[in-house]
Every structure is written in C-alpha cells, then in structure tokens.
Design a protein around this ligand. Sequence first.
Ligand SMILES: NC(=O)c1ccc[n+]([C@@H]2O[C@H](COP(=O)([O-])OP(=O)(O)OC[C@H]3O[C@@H](n4cnc5c(N)ncnc54)[C@H](OP(=O)(O)O)[C@@H]3O)[C@@H](O)[C@H]2O)c1
Length: 359
Amino acid sequence: MYRVVQFGTGFVGHFALRAIIEHPDLELVGVWVHSDEKVGLDAGDIAGTAKTGVLATHDLDRLLALDADCFCSAAGGDGREEWMTEVHARILEAGHDVVSSSIVGMVDPDSHPDGTLSRRLDEAAKRGGVSYFTSGIEPGFMSDTLPLALTGISQRWRSIRVREILDYSTYIPSEAEKILGDILGFGRPMEDQPILFTPGRLTYVWGGPVTLVARGLGVELDEVREVSERFPASDSFEVEGFGRVAAGTAEALRFELQGMVDGRAAIVLEHITRLRPESAPDWPRGDAGDGYYVDVEGDPNLHCHIACTGPDGDHHSGGILATGTRLVNAIPAVCAAPPGAISALDLPPLHARHLYRPD
Ligand SMILES: NC(=O)c1ccc[n+]([C@@H]2O[C@H](COP(=O)([O-])OP(=O)(O)OC[C@H]3O[C@@H](n4cnc5c(N)ncnc54)[C@H](OP(=O)(O)O)[C@@H]3O)[C@@H](O)[C@H]2O)c1
C-alpha cells in the first residue's frame, strides 16, 4: 500500500484524487488546496466519492511531516514554474516521490530548455533519495509512450507525426482567462503574440515528447524547430465559461514542433486547436475526427487514432481524467525507480493493475 498526498484539486487534480481514493493499492493521507473555499472540505466531497476523513488544507508543512510515500501534484504550474519548482524541491528533499502534471515541460528532464529548473529538481530528488516524474495525456502518454510503443513493430521508420486535433471550447480550466486567453491567445487580436508563441516557449512546454522519442529511438536531433499560426474568427461568438470571441480575433491555432535529423523533420508533434468546428476549414481534421493521431511512416506504415472521452462523453474530461490517471497509475513504479528526475523512458509499461471494475 502506497501512502499518497494529492497536491492541487483543479480539473486534473480532482480526477487524480478520485483515482487515488478508489485505487486498492493506494491510501490517501493528505490533500493540499490553493483555494480558501476548499480548506476543510473532505477529500471525498472534492472528488465526488464517499467521505474519506481526509480534510483539505493549505498547510504544506503538516503534509510534509506525514509519512507519505508520494505526492501527486496537479497544481497549475503554467507561468509560475519558479514557485512550483521550489515547492516540488521541498517535497522531494523531505523524502517523498513526486508524480506531477504541474511543470509540463519536465516530461523530458534531460533536455528541458531551463537547465537550472531541471537540475534543481533532479538534485532535490537525489538528495531526498526519491524520484520525480512528469506526465499527462499530452505532453505525455499520447506523444511519448504511445509512439514509442508503436515502433516496437517497426522494421524501419522514416518519420513520426503525433497530432492532437481538438476543439478546446469545453476545456475550461479554473484559470480560463489566463490559459485560453493569455497563454493560447484565443479571443485576442491577431497582432498580439500569445505567451505560447513567444520564441522558445513552445519548446519549453511541448518539446519534451519530441526529444524523448528521439532519445528512445536512438537518434540525435540537430534542433527542434517551432512553427505556429493562428486563424481569425469571421464573426463573434460566445464560449461558455470563457467569454466572447470577437470577430477578427483568434479562434484557432496550429503549431508544430519539428525534431530535425539531417535537415529533415523526422519527429513532429502538431496541435490543431479550434474553438468551434467550422473554424480554420483548410487545416487538417483527421480521418476519424477529433482526437489524437500517431503516424509512423516506415515498414510497416502505422496509423493510429485515439478518441479519449470521459464519463460525460466529452473529449476534454476524458483527456484530463487520463492525465490524472496517468500520474496515479505511475505511483508504484515511480516509488520503485532510482532517485532523480526521470522520464517515461525510465519506467516499465504502466497498466491498470487491480482496476478491473465490471459494473
Ligand atoms: N500533460 C498534460 O496532458 C496536461 C493536461 C492538462 C493539464 N496539465 C497541467 O496540469 C496542471 C493543472 O491543470 P488543470 O487543468 O487541472 O488546471 P485548473 O483546473 O485550472 O486547476 C488549477 C490548479 O492550480 C491550483 N491553483 C490555482 N491558483 C493557484 C495559485 N495562484 N497558486 C498555486 N496554485 C493555484 C488550484 O488549486 P485548488 O486545488 O485549490 O483548486 C488547482 O489545483 C497545469 O499545470 C496544466 O498545464 C497537463
């Protein structure tokens, strides 16, 4: 039995919390929340399960003093990476393993563009004798583990392309204005540069899967190139939970991170993100509709589509649920891994062990 603290209970965090509470091999021992209104709530009330007797708190020191094996961090780290790094370093130095979706670029600690940040976490983990693992659905499972697994049947490969094609109008994180507006640039004038498209930022956030797949396949990248564009709305429309997208402001975005080998884009991660179906009609839609696509061109040619939907039938709740579950299912393997900041390449395949539920 692994004793676990949930750190952050937003969209990802509340799914992770539920997965911990309901996992027969895990015991929830603490919950950290940022929001004042959640302090004192029973973890079961936040996760939508039966009561647990574990109450949410702001008090990190008290949680650090618990005899916990692992912290599962889903606090929003976007734009507050320095603070998040220091909090994670404290947790690691106190001797607790960490699984996290908070600093998304850390899916590949070895090539994270901010070497100071990744070294700080790696050294803190080694000092604490524990491991630090970052994942999610994307960046994470769909763009590193899945393509790597598919190449297990490749006699040779010449290119790999992972595509996320999604409508984000149902992805309303609690910090919607910051994430959808400031960072992704939706509803913002076309001449404004969203934070995500400032040079280097795409690589900072999403470069990890490209470098990780390259390393897993033993190829050396010359560089990771960033390509990005946005598409303006032809008329104004409302996105529930986010607000009005005015005509002429951005309603879709597309980017590629191209892992270059001898001048060829050999490993590519592409996102096509719309706020409504009719947007950007000339951009790819995928032959099976929205979802994740992995194409491995080679012998054999492989084409894979995954639709990931949640209990409400929505692809975003499915993806966010999968992000939380990816972290929770990794806990036993991360606790058994050697100390340091690790990646999917350092872990055995992770399965839904002991999670058969016929009802
Ligand atoms: N790799 C992937 O596939 C993937 C997918 C989705 C999200 N993510 C990442 O996972 C993280 C959480 O995403 P989400 O969708 O769950 O976001 P969210 O719904 O907006 O939740 C925000 C989380 O951050 C906490 N928080 C809010 N304001 C804060 C502040 N000022 N200081 C510290 N913490 C604060 C909240 O605390 P409370 O507990 O009080 O609510 C909550 O836990 C983000 O960093 C996101 O980029 C990764």
